[in-house]
Design a protein. Structure first.
Length: 308
């Protein structure tokens, strides 16, 4: 995917809006590469600022991750604000002045923190669910390509390259994999992990008032989400990914009525899981405009234009 980034100097400037009319119309008129860049950029910003906020305010749930490295709890409490501050500064920096070096660090850090979950005996579902934490910055880095010389790692990204149809299809697959993993992972919380916090979420919106045990709701919704994740690997309908976006927004908002600690930071931290489905929609619509028919949608199209 990174080969297309060689054309970056000839791509579209990422920090300016072209066209005329209302702000919404101008946003819609931008190239889909520009939209991908900004969706991912905003998602990464939200992830790191939200995650960092928990470090600054400190969170008991982080203690097991420090214990993986035999770090005493008293030292871990003191380290949390440092870790959180770094995350917040990186999140703000990538929103204002993104650089390849930042995105590489964020990809490695996102993968590392996700792997801490199974390392702390919290299960692999946690790692899969956080696919957007490492997949988002990784895809954004791939979109611009790795640096050709050391100095390029710390040069601000000013233009997003144009993507060929073949490259677009590869990014489409990457986004669908991230969507599938995050849904399957989150579904595993309810279907197999029986995650206790989900009971509070579903009770907060009254699901325990229908005569069905709340534990049954938890398992049923978990299996439903796992089914959605599997479907993401096979469907190419934009409406499906719009539904995933809405589903994730609503399900993560349940932190608020459930009065979870740092509820709004929880919602913000999951910015990537909202942006990736939208990015997937952008690519599908862009392929349509190029006359590329997706076999799942139009099997009667000429075979030379079919994409499975």
């Amino acid at each position: 995917m990174a080969n297309e980034s060689r054309a970056e100097p000839f791509g579209m400037p990422v920090n300016q809006l072209t066209g005329s009319g209302s702000l919404w119309n101008r946003l819609l008129s931008q190239s889909f590469e520009w939209k991908l860049h900004w969706l991912l950029r905003i998602g990464v910003f939200m992830e790191f600022v939200g995650h960092g906020a928990f470090g600054v305010k400190t969170k008991a749930g982080w203690l097991p991750f420090f214990q993986v490295f035999a770090i005493p709890d008293d030292l871990a409490w003191r380290m949390m604000p440092v870790v959180g501050t770094i995350d917040i500064l990186l999140g703000i920096s990538v929103l204002l002045v993104p650089m390849r070096g930042m995105l590489l660090y964020m990809t490695v850090w996102g993968t590392f923190t996700a792997l801490l979950r199974p390392a702390a005996n919290q299960g692999w579902w946690e790692f899969f669910e956080r696919s957007y934490n490492y997949g988002g910055p990784a895809i954004l880095l791939a979109l611009h390509g790795c640096a050709r010389k050391p100095g390029d790692w710390f040069r601000p990204l000013k233009a997003v390259p144009h993507l060929s149809t073949e490259a677009s299809l590869r990014y489409l697959l990457a986004f669908r994999i991230v969507v599938a993993l995050m849904l399957i992972g989150h579904g595993g919380y309810g279907a197999f992990m029986a995650k206790k916090s989900l009971l509070g979420h579903y009770s907060a919106v009254g699901l325990n008032g229908f005569g069905i045990p709340i534990e049954t709701w938890r398992a049923g919704i978990g299996f439903f989400e796992m089914g959605l994740g599997a479907a993401a690997l096979f469907t190419l309908r934009p409406g499906f990914f719009l539904f995933v976006f809405a589903w994730k927004m609503l399900s993560e908002m349940l932190h608020v009525p459930a009065r979870a600690d740092g509820a709004w930071w929880e919602v913000i931290e999951r910015g990537g899981c909202y942006m990736v489905p939208l990015a997937t929609m952008c690519i599908i619509y862009a392929l349509r405009r190029r006359g590329v028919y997706l076999a799942a949608e139009n099997p009667s199209a000429p075979s030379s234009y079919l994409v499975t």
